[in-house]
Design a protein around this ligand. Structure first.
Ligand code: FAD
Ligand code: FMN
Ligand code: SF4
Length: 415
């Protein structure tokens, strides 16, 4: 704190007119760019503490709750509040807030997948495509952000009834855009609710912003009057003959068939949806983003996760911002959560999992439950040869909301 005060005073004496402050460095980027795991207002208290030491306006930024920030300003603890990503997700954010239309705000989910998607893991400084990094101010949940010359709603001159198979985020985004363009989309969903995989993806205790986004999409469907047929599994495409079709049927989890006893594992989504209980000590198989987020949740719930990962680092995958992945890596290291890297699961037995280490030795890890957070594979339906058909979201290639929403938007613009 003393160094921060010294720095603030130095800048004031150097003639700066204003201080915009938050915590963090590029090595601890999750303070300045808080991912979903960081608490709201994470920098506020520290920035307020500078107030008695400077006379120039003092501004705080970083996952601020606008009400808390407004109270701090009213109480004279702060002079201004900075907001960045909320505006990338919804350019009308502040207008909707001021007009009491909060439930109309498309929330930022703090993912950095569109605005700052710089992946980094052991020995890999950044494996993103250059084009991703050069488009830093895009937004995963809104395809139009900073793409105004390319992406904007244009009304159709020939309105059509369009069938959409699947009511996940991909299906709902396609329906939203089609309806705004003047088409008549109809969603066919085999389950009894909208949301698909995102219901499980938004289930962890700390994922409130993701649940807000799910609620926003469901409200959009209602407000736009989108026709939805629940409990309708599409098996035969003949019912849509002559109609344009969007396939948004998502993905399904991979089974590690070569691992003996794999059927004993609890599948990640089954745990997240509360379909299956886990014991106190949980071996999380897979240290990618899904596995790490579940291990983080397990820790928060007072469980004892152990992470087992084949690769040489956690979250060793493309497209996850360093601010997000480094938080998880450092949290597990800080809390001494056991992490087995370069370790491959070979068997699941009663009370333990058996793995093979990089040097070929066998490692036995005791646990009450083995939880599989491995991989998903696209689950499209067969549309071979069908005209006017677009495959979007995870069924075209398993990704995240950025790939799902952008692909659904683009397909809906082609019809
Ligand atoms: C555990 C987990 C955590 C995740 N966390 C994140 C995250 O934090 N951030 C992020 O951006 N992404 C995350 N993802 C990825 C994200 O949730 C998915 O990419 C996204 O939800 C996929 O959307 P979709 O619409 O393509 O498919 P889905 O959501 O899978 O939707 C497909 C829908 O189609 C329906 N359906 C399938 N076949 C038929 C049929 N024949 N007839 C009718 N209906 C059918 C299904 O019931 C389902 O509702 C996570 C995924 C998982 C599994
Ligand atoms: C695309 C993007 C670009 C940013 N560029 C800068 C920058 O050049 N200088 C800076 O101090 N902060 C920059 N920030 C950080 C924001 O000012 C802000 O501190 C951060 O996003 C956290 O606030 P938020 O939770 O409201 O987004 C940038 C943020 C984003 C999303
Ligand atoms: S890409 Fe993600 S973090 Fe960035 S503004 Fe959009 S929703 Fe928020």
């Amino acid at each position: 704190m003393e160094e921060s005060i010294r720095a603030a005073r130095y800048l004031q004496d150097a003639g700066y007119d204003m201080l915009n402050c938050n915590n963090g460095t590029y090595d601890a980027w999750y303070w300045a760019h808080p991912p979903i795991y960081m608490p709201e207002n994470c920098n506020l208290e520290d920035v307020e503490a500078l107030k008695p030491y400077v006379d120039i306006p003092l501004v705080c930024a970083g996952r601020l709750d606008p009400r808390t920030a407004a109270d701090a300003i009213a109480e004279g603890k702060l002079d201004g509040a900075g907001f960045a990503r909320n505006f990338l997700a919804d350019q009308e954010w502040v207008t909707k807030l001021m007009e009491g239309r909060e439930d109309e705000i498309r929330p930022c989910i703090l993912c950095h997948n569109g605005c700052f998607n710089m992946a980094h893991y052991k020995g890999v400084p950044n494996d993103q495509d250059l084009s991703d990094s050069l488009n830093m101010s895009r937004c995963a949940v809104y395809a139009e952000t900073m793409q105004w010359n390319k992406h904007y709603i244009s009304k159709t001159s020939s309105p059509k009834k369009v069938a959409i198979i699947g009511g996940g985020i991909g299906g709902m985004e396609a329906a939203r855009v089609l309806k705004l363009r003047g088409h008549e989309p109809v969603i066919y969903e085999r389950s009894g609710e909208l949301g698909g995989a995102f219901i499980a993806a938004s289930a962890e205790s700390y994922k409130g912003r993701l649940r807000d986004l799910l609620a926003w999409y469901r409200k959009q469907m209602k407000d736009l009057g989108i026709e939805v047929h629940f409990d309708h599994e599409v098996r035969d495409l003949a019912e849509f003959d002559g109609m344009p079709l969007i396939v948004a049927t998502g993905s399904s989890p991979i089974r590690l068939g070569k691992v003996s006893g794999f059927d004993r594992t609890v599948e990640a989504c089954d745990y997240l949806l509360g379909k299956e209980e886990v014991g106190q000590k949980v071996a999380v198989i897979g240290g990618g983003l899904t596995g790490c987020e579940i291990a983080y949740e397990l820790y928060l719930q007072g469980k004892e996760p152990v992470i087992i990962e084949m690769k040489d680092d956690l979250v060793a995958q493309k497209g996850v911002c360093l601010a997000n992945s480094s938080y998880l890596r450092e949290f597990f290291s800080w809390k001494n959560v056991p992490v087995y890297l370069e370790t491959t699961l070979t068997a699941v037995e009663e009370g333990k999992v058996i793995c093979s280490a990089k040097d070929g030795s066998t490692v036995e890890i005791p646990c009450d439950t083995a939880l599989a957070a491995v991989r998903y594979r696209p689950a499209p339906i067969d549309v071979k040869g069908r005209k006017q058909t677009y495959t979007v979201g995870d069924c075209a290639g398993v990704g995240n909301l950025r790939t799902v929403i952008w692909s659904a938007y683009e397909a809906a613009m082609k019809i």
